[in-house]
Every structure is written in C-alpha cells, then in structure tokens.
Ligand binder design. Sequence first.
Ligand code: ATP
Ligand code: MG
Length: 558
Amino acid sequence: MTEEVKTPTNFIRQIIDADLAAGKNNGKVATRFPPEPNGYLHIGHAKSICLNFGIALDYHGSCNLRFDDTNPHKENLEFVESIKKDVEWLGFTWTALYYASDYFDRLYQFAIDLIKQGKAYVDDLNAEEIRQYRGTLTEAGKNSPYRDRSVEENLDLFQRMQAGEFEDGSRVLRAKIDMASPNINLRDPTIYRIRRGAVHHQTGTEWSIYPMYDYTHCISDALEGITHSLCTLEFEDHRPLYDWFLDQLDVPCHPQQIEFSRLNLEYTVMSKRKLTELVSEGHVDGWDDPRMPTIAGMRRRGYTPASLREFARRIGITKADNTVEMGVLEDCIREDLNESAPRRMAVLNPLKVVLSNYPEGRSEQLSAPNHPQKPELGERELSFSRELYIDETDFMEDPPKGFKRLVPGGEVRLRNAYVIRCDEVIKDGHGKVIELRCSYDADTLGKNPEGRKVKGVIHWVEAGHAIEAEVRLYDRLFSVASPDKGGDYRDLLNPESLRSLSICYLEPALAEAEPGQQFQFEREGYFCLDEMHVHGQKPVYNRTVTLRDTWGRAEQKG
Ligand code: ATP
Ligand code: MG
C-alpha cells in the first residue's frame, strides 16, 4: 500500500463538482473538521477527517481544524493536544487552527444583534419548564411567558447574565422562532446558558455565559469562509436552524451544510460518553489502550496512518446508516503490514529443544530474508546452537490426523535452518512435556533431505541469544457485534480481550526494534513494540492483528 489509490467520488464530491461548475463560492472549496475536545478521537472521527481533509487536498482548497469548545465543564487541554497529534499522525495538515472560543466576542455581538432585531429573548423558565413548554412531535409547544419582553429589558438581562449576576440555570437566551414549528429544533432553541465560575481552557474565567452548539457552529463556519460544512446525519434536522441564524445575521457568507452517515463498527462502541466511561471506570487501561477504537489506541496497537486512510476510502461516504465489519478494518492493516513489515521469529509459548548431536559450545550464524518477496529489504542474522525454543503448540505427542509439525520420532523443518527429528520427550512429575531431545540433519540447510519428504515448517529461537519479552494478545473489546443494542454495554465486555504472555522469546535481531515499530512474527501475526518501551527494559509487544481472519474459527496453523 505504498501508493494510495485515488478516492472514489461520492455524493458530497458530486455536489462540490456541481457547485464548481456553476461558479459558486468563487471556485473555492473550504472545509473544516470540528471536534469537541471532550475526549480522544476515534475511528469514526477518522472517517470525517479523511473526508474533510481529503476534499481540501483533491480540490486544492482549505481545511481548518476547529475546536468546538463551548462546554467548559467537559473539555480540557489534554484532549486538545491529543486531537492535534492524531490529525497530524493521520497525515493531514490543517490550513488554520481555530477555537470556537476565538469567536466568543463576535458571537456575543451577534446575540445582541438578534435581541435588537426582536429575534432573541431572555427566558426565566428553568430547564424542566422549558422542556414542558416545548411540546412533542405531535403537539405544538407553548410560548414562554417571558417571550415578549422588550428589547431594552432583554439587552439589560443578557448583559447581566454575562456580568455574573445570575445563577446557573436561572435564565437562558433563546432565539424567537416558532413554538409551533413541526421541527422541534426551531421551537425557540436556547442560544446561551449561564456557566458562572467555570474555567475554560482557552478563555479562563472571562465568560459567565456560553453559546450553544447550533448557534456557534454555523457562525464559526461563516466567519471562516467555509463553503461546505460536512457533518453527520443526526444534524439533518438542525439544518433549518443553521440556515435561520445565518439568514438573520450579517455574516460574510452562508456555508452549505451537508450530512453523511456516521461510521459504526462491530464489536465496539463509538459514543464519547461510553468511551469516557470505559476509561474512567477502569474497564480499559486509558484512552490509548490498544483495544480502544480511538486513534491513539489503534496507533499503540500497531495500526498505520495509511491503513486507516485506506479503511476510510473503502467504506466510502453515503447517507445510509450501516455497521461495518471489523474484518474490513483488519484487512486494511494486514495488507499494509504484509507489504511493509519485516519478518521475525518469536516463540510465544516456549518449549525447550536440545539438539543432542550438535556439539556443545558451538554456535553458527545463519541468515534469513527480512521479507520473502522483497529481497531489496535485505537479510538479518540468526544465531543457531544446541539449545533452542519452539512453540509448545508445534509439538504433539498424540497428534490428530494431518498434523504436520513435530511428533515423537518425526521430523520437521526449522524455518530458515535445519531439519530436526524428535528422539525423546522429557516430562515433569505431572506429565507435562518440558523438553524435547532432538537431532538435527546437518545436510539440510537450504536444501531438502535426501530420500524423504519433510512437510512441516515451524519457527524457533536460539536459547542463548533469545530476548525475553512480554507479548499481549488482543481480541475484540466486546463479545457481541452490537454492544449498543439493549442492556448495559458494560455487561458485554469480552473478558478475553487481553491475554498477556509474560515469557516469550524473540530472535536477537529484534534488539534493534524502535518503539512503535511493526513486525510480522512468522506464523503468528503482526506485532509492534509498545510505544511506551524504554530502552533497556523488558520489551512488550502488542499484537496488531492475526495473519488470517480467525475470529469465531479455530486457529489454523501449519
Ligand atoms: P459524541 O459521541 O459525544 O456525539 P461526536 O462524535 O459528535 O461526539 P465531535 O467531536 O463533535 O464528536 O465530532 C467531530 C466531528 O466528527 C463531527 O463533525 C462529527 O460529525 C464527526 N464524527 C463523530 N463521530 C463520527 C462517526 N462515528 N462517523 C463519522 N463522523 C463522525
Ligand atoms: Mg458532537
């Protein structure tokens, strides 16, 4: 996947093509990615990032990163920094970086403007009363008794809301639209609420009132000259409100809001509330736990930026709600790493092998290609001597039919080395196999043995130079495909989502691995050195993905 395939067209690109053909927006295309810094980004955000930044790249337009930071209680700088890092890591560069809070002064002026036009009023109803007055889908709402306050009174109260005179929840500023509208979003939506004493990560304690998302978003888009404001389908019903605010106010342009469907992925959850709970309740080990669908978690797991961009390309952009199979995501990283990851040998469940006919004290250097299909990636050295480790699952005393690996009296090829034969099985007091005494055929390095066929090939590591490591095997975070549907999603967590193998042996070439670097452990899967690894400490490897899709099936090896 060194060369990325061109992004296929979609209905949003077709709208943009038509706008350009019609000469709209002076031929400009300007998008933005507007995360709220109240959590880490997840794979669903990656879809939106690839869409917005991808369009800017392909149309030689611009794409801003804008923090939608209107709720100081839930947001913080850790989230701001993680979002910047993740967007850059995905391979994108924003044209400009903004915070909605950059516009707090102008949003305040626009609110005064609405009040002066008689299109906004201060309401003294509390949240519960506002909900009761709002009506339902089948029933019109009722006007608030405060709806017809004079402009002067509204201006006075609004300024005193900002001056900190009133308690949280005691008053709000509302747009005056239509309490009988069939679209509930237009029934006098709240545009400002009081958050006295909140400390905002950008503006500190300057503001006692904070603007609501719907009001802030459209004005921010207009102030930045956004041409196409792309958001997810749940905002479709908000579009009339988006347009209403811009129609009332003297803004530089009127961006077009277009909605597309959210990404849902099987075996995981994507709502920020739930991801926050998984972290705060300790169900996972932080936002970057490799089982999380966050970009930080997937990076730590070993996913590459190219694999996530390819995933976004494959799922495409539509208006149809659907849930994507985990296999689609896993194929993207498998295909990428199959091309790029150097091959190494690692024994995850060690079983000692002693070669009785290999002279004690002797050792030799063998070599093996870093990538069987890519000689240009060179070779690495492997040491070989009398004592080795193989994986205990590659030996069976009582094998089923068709078992091609090592059995008592049988032969197997050690990958990149010799053919060995198992002569003796040594057990502990409980009957557990603890060592195999074998002999090697010195005449089988790089060639077939004379007069007989040896079918099986297994991986191994020489004991004397092996690196001891911990290997973490990850599985689906949830044990059902749709943990969001019915009941408490926390009851559906997969208890086997992490299995840690504390004593594994790696071939010596892995001593040079860099934190975050990916490898194929031959016959096992793709793994990366944990990005938190500190040189000199026992390494931890994270399994990114198995070699084949093994979910729900017995693992096939051999
Ligand atoms: P929450 O989970 O609390 O609803 P959010 O997912 O809406 O939060 P934001 O930070 O507001 O989080 O999202 C930033 C942008 O990413 C928005 O434009 C949003 O539409 C988009 N986005 C969020 N989730 C997805 C998803 N699953 N698929 C596609 N786009 C998404
Ligand atoms: Mg949101």
